[in-house]
Write a protein that binds this ligand. Sequence first.
Ligand code: ADP
Ligand code: ZN
Length: 733
Amino acid sequence: MNNSVQSFFPHGQNIAVLTAEPLNRLLDYRAPEQGVHLGAFVEVPLGPRKVIGVVWGAAQGGYDPKKIRPIFQVIDVPPMRAEMRLFLTKVGDYTLTPLSQMLRLATRAPGLADPPHMRRVLGPGPGEVSRMTPAREKVMALLGEQPDQRFTAAELARLAGVTASVVKGLVKQGAIAEYETARDVAYPALDPARAGKDLTDEQAGVAKELRALVAAQEYSTALLKGVTGSGKTEVYLEAVAECLAQGRQALVLLPEIALTVEFLDRVEQRFGARPAEWHSGVTMTEKRRCWRMVAEGRAQLVVGARSALYLPFQQLGLVVVDEEHENSYKQEEGVLYHARDMAVLRASICGANVVLASATPSLETWANADAGKYKRFDLARRFGAAVLPEMRAIDLREDALESGRWISPTLARAVFARLDRGEQSLLFINRRGYAPLTICRACGHQVGCDHCDARMVEHRFQKRLVCHQCGESKPLPEVCPSCEVEGKMAAVGPGVERLAEEAEARFPDARVAVLSSDMAMSARALKERINSIARGEADIIIGTQLVAKGHNFPLLTCVGVIDADLGLQGGDLRAAEKTFQLIRQVAGRAGRADKKGVAYVQTHQPDHPVIKAILSGEEEAFWQAEAEQRRMAGVPPYGRMAGVVVSGPDLDLVFDVANYMVRNAQGLHSIGAEVFGPAPAPIARVRGRHRVRILVKAGKAVALQGALKQWRGGLKLPANLRVSIDIDPQTFY
Ligand code: ADP
Ligand code: ZN
């Protein structure tokens, strides 16, 4: 490439355009009358259709010049910045994703090419307020402060703290006027100079360091580690404040489930207005508004899910990844990327800072901090009177469970004591449904899914067996599908529903509430339920990992982990780490207010190193040990891995192709990579497709992607067969 990149193409010149079509090449078009900038978003003809693209450079040539068509239109948004083009290219290279598919992530604005629609917004009007009330006064004061700002009706009501009818009344009187505007309204301004909460000395110390990093306007990544409730959010909002004060844009990534009204309210408290939002729950109109305002540099702060990384920031100064250890940051479909890692990449390209916040960081992040690549700041104390719960093991070899019961006598006594005192208990089991297994007592047959290689999970509430892989369900059989004996089908093992049944039977006077992700509730209904539990409208909470995610239950003083060994089974490389994080997080729900909590951990292996580390709270020791094991095994983060899944409807063909691939992996061997398999994937069949897995392991410094790309590129695949490559796989399906 030429050093002096041409950044404007006048009329008559030909340009290369990247589209989101699966073509694997750029397309040449003619620049329009007024010329076009490098990076401009354009609409171009493709066959009979119009598609969106981005001007990627000078024309490639090689076409009959007379056949090159002009572009339709240059879309009225700022061109894609060079740093974004580089980011998309690098993510594509890293994840082995074609650039066209990457572009799709960066053009997710609804109606991007449409002319602006009109939208009705509110501002000060010519009329007088006929009868002033305190509520009306609040609205008028707000409008008086920002006479040029336009608001949606909902925004105005919320910011003024009045009901919608107050605003409507003022519109009727003419004190507020309606304006027609191009649909995308600028967001109310966030004021970073507003005072935040009074920070503790520990919080203030860390906030100062983070502010200094942001003020330096140079790339860096910091791990912000602090127990739940230590004020990590308060502290990183200080870093956001610094970024906004510098006039740069900030992005806070949250796991989808944590994107709540509470969080927006906290931002509003801190900065006086709500941030822009970007996640699956946002309406098309608001999405379009967000994308455009970010592109124009007029959204100061975006709070979003992982795909917000691909928004067209003009001057990104800070990315916060909250709960950075969360699995949900890894996208498991389409482009297989990890949003935490890509946030670091994005920031390093544009000179921004990253804050990775967690009570239980991923080993990857811990190791990067340990190696000095990331800075690390710790908040060791909980805010206020709250102290960390005491951890106690319940050794199930001694404190034995009665058959068909999962709450040990010791745990039951602890729950009774809480009931007497009017405090709450949480019983945690990370398994949805009623029972993980339905078995015939006559012949031993286990009911499996007809389409997947997975056991059907009983959901007694729905009176059905459900496959957690494909969602297929069928009625509970009366008769064994195998031996046809009647009335012998039995549930084996506990799920969250069965645990609730046991709790209701053993604590008949208690109010039992279940919190599980498959309760088919809307996000709002779920939030409402969590709030009512927090207010004390339940005595015993039965929950899956849904409860581990940062909700506050001030009356909760007892946590019972029903089966701590559950996560340690199965050959997942991250089993120990995940179990450690999950149980620490769940235990962190106890004693958040002023009462000390106790977490009981039921286990058959109290001497297992992971269980011991959980109980002793010696986190550094756990990480050191886990890091050492992974270093010895040469696995991430001390080695590189790629999971290759070959899938198709015909098992023999799938295996043949996978075997062929393994035999013809000289390119991988030549860079020192090892190739394992093929073997049936842990879930060997999904939706009727057989899945075979090949695992590629390589040293840390090896150029793995290039070799993988060549390897896959050299294949001629039969139709209906798919090969997907997952770099740094998180799960091993
Ligand atoms: P974390 O993100 O580490 O879980 P939060 O920032 O959510 O912690 O803080 C936990 C709770 O304590 C929140 O309700 C928060 O408002 C409150 N809190 C934390 N620090 C302070 C402070 N310095 N002053 C007042 N309240 C605080
Ligand atoms: Zn299935």
